[in-house]
Design a protein around this ligand. Structure first.
Ligand SMILES: [Zn+2]
Length: 255
């Protein structure tokens, strides 16, 4: 059965009879994820969690539709790793503009960019694009919606316990046994300011990690992934419902 909130599964017969309030655009990356997770990890997670959140919102009456995801992220620090595919921020901005302008011309009022890759950053793109389009633009990084600390013991940021647990829950057939995984050991910057995070420079991934992971996946379980995914998608579903109902010209508290 086609899911009524997944555009790729819908026909024109359904679409022409439905008024959608919110479009959700999953956006991931194509990159190595240690030895045990697939290159499509960020795309699989973004599309799957967007669908779960949209399902929960749809069941409560919100007219939400998830668009096909964009599979390429900013990966300028991994260009020397075979088949990591980089899409530059300036290219992403043009792609986003075309998608947003298509939807705006069709009367869709709101677009949520559902991001699943740490090096993608849509905020500046939205600042630049928003004055040019009539639909409301916003972005969510799904891995920042719920504090992961109560769920996981090792908080790495790439192919670690969090991502591995989520994948064990949503796509278990694509996860190799954890005995195949590297330790995800990541080298820190020597310069204190970068280490402390108040000065920033992109990391060269090959020099940071030997197995392409950053964070130890050893303690990952599907059960942890399930609990975290349920918390994240529940919170995003509430947001989608609230956004669908909102008049985006009146977003602020009354005086
Ligand atoms: Zn990832």
């Amino acid at each position: 059965m086609p899911r009524p909130y997944i555009l790729a599964e819908l026909t024109w017969k359904t679409v022409r009879a439905t008024r959608y309030d919110v479009a959700v655009l999953p956006w991931g990356a194509t990159e190595a994820h240690n030895f045990h997770l697939p290159y499509g990890t960020d795309n699989i997670q973004a599309e799957d969690l967007a669908a779960r959140a949209a399902e929960r919102a749809w069941q409560r009456g919100a007219k939400v539709v998830v668009l096909p995801g964009v599979p390429f992220g900013v990966n300028t620090g991994q260009l020397d790793i075979p088949l990591c595919i980089n899409m530059n921020p300036s290219t992403q901005a043009l792609l986003l503009r075309d998608v947003a302008m298509s939807l705006a011309g069709q009367g869709i009022g709101k677009l949520v960019i559902f991001n699943g890759h740490g090096a993608n950053d849509f905020r500046q793109m939205i600042r630049e694009l928003q004055p040019q389009v009539s639909l409301f633009l916003c972005t969510v990084n799904w891995y920042k919606v719920v504090d992961p600390k109560p769920f996981f013991t090792d908080l790495g940021d790439h192919a670690g316990e969090l991502e591995t647990s989520v994948m064990q829950h949503v796509a278990p057939d694509l996860v190799l046994p954890l005995s195949e995984a590297g330790s995800g050991a990541a080298r820190k910057f020597k310069i204190a300011a970068f280490r402390e995070g108040w000065a920033w420079a992109p990391r060269n991934w090959r020099q940071v990690t030997d197995d392409t992971g950053s964070g130890n996946p050893a303690a990952a379980t599907a059960e942890k992934g399930k609990r975290y995914v349920e918390a994240v998608t529940g919170k995003i579903a509430d947001f989608l419902i609230e956004l669908a109902r909102s008049d985006t010209s009146k977003l602020y508290e009354d005086q």
